[in-house]
Design a binder for this molecule. Sequence first.
Ligand SMILES: [Zn+2]
Length: 48
Amino acid sequence: MTVLKTVKRCPKCGSLSVMPDWAVTGTFYRCNDCGWRGAFVLEEDTEN
Ligand SMILES: [Zn+2]
């Protein structure tokens, strides 16, 4: 059985250090590297 994991990537700097930001209403994300904040992130499938 293959488990597909998705990683979230910052659309601005490409960092994987994107965390959900629960401090605001709705689902926002924040990048720990460049400080970007937004409602969407790039999602990529990874096999490991
Ligand atoms: Zn970033």
